[in-house]
Design a protein around this ligand. Structure first.
Ligand code: FES
Length: 178
């Protein structure tokens, strides 16, 4: 039995119960695996594949397709800056450079304290509120430097306090209950 099933049996059963077909739970279980392992490494993909009875190459193909799944280790907070057309027209590329400079990292890099990773991603469907970013599944829209600075400060405080927001999987389960 894989580590994911050993450690999170109740959550896995809760997720599986939400879907008429087991395989449909794959994205939710990939979130759980990512939270457990930090990114979608080989073990994480194999755990998901074993739970669902699918080939691990199927999990691999989804991990490669969706930018929400990480194939390399990332920081605690992943700042996914949309650099697609509408956001680019409103200065997203320059904003991404500014964000990296403020954090002292390159694009796709992670800060030394392991808190922040910056990534460029394709359209996140909030084009009317460009430029924008997504951080751990939450949108920050109409971005400017002041908003970015406030976000970083809030996240640093959150990390220092040890208070965690509910994980993605817990949010999926809570949402499905409503
Ligand atoms: S182009 Fe950035 S949200 Fe659509």
């Amino acid at each position: 039995m894989g580590r994911l099933r050993q450690k999170h049996s109740d959550i896995i059963d809760g997720v599986l119960a939400r879907y008429p077909e087991k395989k449909s739970a794959i994205l939710a279980l990939m979130h759980l695996a990512q939270e457990e392992y930090g990114y979608m490494n080989q073990e994480a993909m194999q755990d998901v594949a074993d739970i669902l009875g699918v080939d691990s190459t199927h999990v691999l193909s989804l991990a490669g397709f969706y930018s929400l799944y990480y194939e390399q280790p990332v920081g605690k907070y992943v700042l996914e800056i949309c650099t697609d057309l509408a956001c680019a027209l409103r200065g997203a590329d320059e904003f991404a450079e500014t964000a990296c400079r403020k954090l002292g990292i390159e694009m796709d890099g992670t800060t030394e304290d392991g808190l922040f990773t910056v990534k460029g991603v394709m359209c996140l469907a909030a084009c009317d509120r460009a430029p924008m970013l997504q951080c751990n599944l939450k949108y920050v829209e109409d971005l400017d430097e002041a908003k970015f600075d406030a976000l970083i400060e809030r996240l640093r405080q959150e990390a220092a306090s040890g208070e965690e927001e509910p994980s993605v999987v817990h949010r999926i389960l809570a949402y499905a209950k409503d």
